[in-house]
Design a protein. Structure first.
Length: 356
């Protein structure tokens, strides 16, 4: 079936539709990963976004029931150069087309994804529409103009109830802004007793389970939209060891009085170089974020920058001078992407044991 990708700057890309037959609107972003499309699609941090993959062949190893980062696809749409409907992998249960159909996600292929990526890099993220229905350009344009892109998706993807996963080690409270399954898996691998709480959990609710430490998770959208969580984190930091990942990292910066800003096109992919100042060592990391911490805003807020991005010098990690609190902007669990930085979870366990 024919499909159209329409960008808010008036650009039109004609291709073929796959997945659900329909029309979808979202924020257009690009991801540079060569593999991991299943984890990318099911990562809650992509909620509200339409993902353009720079790698030209997607779906060649299929989809399985093991590697989802959450129960469903949170992205609003998917753009690829070519798709494979004949996957070859012993773990494959279905094709990427079948996955998108089963989860009601609209996709388009056969378009120039390199051109789309260059446009995003030049113009910044754009609102766009994918339609595989028989709609005119004027109808598609009207849909785009009448659809507001909100930036509080973390409130929608967060758990609605408290979930406990038993373990014999340290008791960790995870505040869920859109947590990935592999973050939970890393805690489970370290024998943690994990309790997952909603994004708007209060300081009192968190402390009532008597945790040894708290993890503020990744998630989609603007960190300034979760004002209650920022206020809660102010109290949290003074009372208990805290680790922030991605959105959680940004929330910690806001909690100490710092600032965050929206990046031109963000960091999304599995090949981002990060320098760990404390270790004097560089790592290749997996990243997915459209906001960053303003380095100048935290310099006089008792925060020390511990990691920097080797491409653009943005803040990739920080720690508090006085409290057992630290955070990273990238994804130490990888999945997809390199897992070289999983030592961050070991560091968190050490802090829970009393090391600073």
């Amino acid at each position: 079936m024919d499909a159209i990708l329409y960008l808010e700057d008036g650009s039109i890309y004609e291709g073929k539709g796959f997945g659900k037959v329909g029309t979808t609107v979202g924020e257009l972003v690009f991801n540079t990963s060569m593999t991991g499309y299943q984890e990318i699609l099911t990562d809650p941090s992509y909620a509200g976004q339409i993902i353009n993959m720079t790698y030209p062949l997607i779906g060649n190893y299929g989809v399985n029931n093991i590697e989802n980062e959450s129960l469903k696809i949170h992205a609003k749409g998917f753009i690829v150069k070519n798709i494979s409907n004949n996957p070859s992998n012993y773990m494959s249960d279905k094709s990427i087309d079948e996955m998108l159909k089963s989860m009601d996600i609209v996709g388009i292929y056969g378009v120039d994804t390199r051109s789309i990526t260059k446009k995003i890099r030049n113009s910044g993220v754009l609102k766009c529409v994918i339609s595989s229905e028989n709609l005119s350009i004027n109808e598609i344009k009207e849909i785009l103009n009448n659809t507001e892109i909100k930036d509080d998706w973390m409130k929608k993807v967060s758990t609605k109830e408290i979930i406990n996963i038993k373990g014999d080690g340290y008791k960790v409270a995870v505040v869920d802004f859109g947590v990935k399954q592999n973050i939970i898996n890393n805690l489970k691998q370290r024998d943690c007793d994990v309790t997952i709480l909603p994004y708007n959990a209060s300081f009192e609710e968190i402390m009532s389970i008597k945790p040894d430490g708290v993890l503020l998770s990744n998630g989609p959208g603007d960190p300034k939209e979760v004002k209650d969580a920022i206020e809660m984190t102010k109290e949290l930091m003074k009372n208990i060891p805290t680790l922030g990942i991605c959105l959680g990292h940004q929330i910690i910066a806001l909690a100490v009085g710092g600032n965050t800003y929206k990046m031109k096109y963000g960091h999304r992919g599995g090949n981002h170089g990060v320098y760990d100042i404390d270790k004097d060592k560089s790592y290749i990391t997996s990243q997915n974020h459209g906001y960053a911490v303003d380095k100048n805003s935290i310099e006089d807020k008792d925060m020390i920058v511990t990691h920097i991005n080797l491409n653009d010098n943005t803040v990739e990690g920080m720690k508090h001078k006085n409290y057992p609190v630290f955070s990273v902007q990238y994804h130490p669990e990888g999945s997809p992407g390199p897992q070289d930085s999983s030592y961050i979870f070991d560091k968190f366990i050490s802090v829970l044991g009393g090391d600073q």
